[in-house]
Design a protein around this ligand. Structure first.
Ligand SMILES: C[S@@+](CC[C@H](N)C(=O)[O-])C[C@H]1O[C@@H](n2cnc3c(N)ncnc32)[C@H](O)[C@@H]1O
Length: 246
């Protein structure tokens, strides 16, 4: 698929989900996909190879949140936990516009290096920071703790573990959106208990059918209602080994 057609198709599908994308945003997403596709030949960043499949499974999927939630403020801080090749963080930041700053957390060094390169090529240097650290470490640093307006994560961990990764980073009033699948019901109770311990509350879930048979996305909303107690997140690895609320 050529770049112009890919961008037209992304604009059309975005609009169908209530997401309006500027010309600059569409160009940036196409460039990002070129970088991902090229890097995938060198190491394993994504299983997706085809332009059309990436358009839906990576870009539309990342962006549907903007259509189902909001209204979105003109500025804020977004954290993407376990960003991998940059999903959903990079499409969201590009679409939200220059008022939004970003923190992409990715514990694997190679992927973090890719993200840094992508941020530079896309001209996002001034507003997006890549930290090659685990979410548990970032959540204990004063510079990032209780700062974010929005935390997102796709394909990283069960809800209760995500709650411990994400809630410490959110300011009171901020929201964690977990990109989940139809089986999230199995994670619900443990996630709810964990969120409560961490100053959060599971608000609910929104379901979206992705186009082209790409499956159903379930977006789970967690709101931060009180500061997270000082002992959380626990040391790296512990949230996944001894999950809260299990
Ligand atoms: C399956 S990949 C998903 C990547 C991307 N979110 C996506 O949906 O395409 C999960 C990523 O999360 C990262 N990860 C897992 N646990 C993490 C943690 N505690 N802190 C930071 N990154 C983490 C892994 O290194 C991996 O790149």
């Amino acid at each position: 698929m050529d770049g112009a057609r890919w961008q037209d198709e992304l604009a059309r599908l975005g609009a169908a989900f209530g997401v309006r994308l500027s010309g600059d945003a569409l160009v940036a997403m196409w460039r990002h996909w070129q970088l991902v596709r090229e890097a995938t030949g060198r190491f394993n960043l994504t299983a997706v190879r085809e332009d059309a499949e990436a358009l839906v499974r990576h870009y539309v999927d990342s962006l549907v949140l903007l259509g189902i939630a909001g209204p979105w403020a003109a500025e804020g801080l977004l954290v993407d936990l376990g960003s991998g090749a940059g999903f959903p963080g990079i499409p969201l930041l590009v679409a939200l516009g220059p008022g939004w700053r970003g923190l992409l957390l990715e514990s694997q060094g190679k992927k973090a290096a890719f993200l840094r390169e992508a941020v530079t090529v896309l001209g996002l240097d001034g507003r997006v920071i890549v930290e090659p650290v685990r979410a548990e470490e970032a959540g204990r640093r004063d510079s990032w703790r209780e700062q974010a307006d929005l935390v997102v994560a796709r394909a990283v961990a069960p809800l209760n573990v995500l709650a411990e990764y994400g809630l410490p980073l959110l300011r009171v009033g901020g929201r964690l959106w977990a990109y989940k699948g139809p089986r999230v019901a199995e994670e619900w109770e443990a996630g709810r208990r964990a969120a409560t311990v961490l100053g959060g509350r599971l608000v609910g879930a929104r379901e979206v059918e992705l186009p082209g048979g790409a499956g159903r996305r379930v977006l789970v909303e967690v709101v931060k209602e009180e500061p997270t107690p000082a002992g959380y997140p626990r040391r790296p690895g512990l949230p996944a080994r001894r999950p809260l609320g299990a």
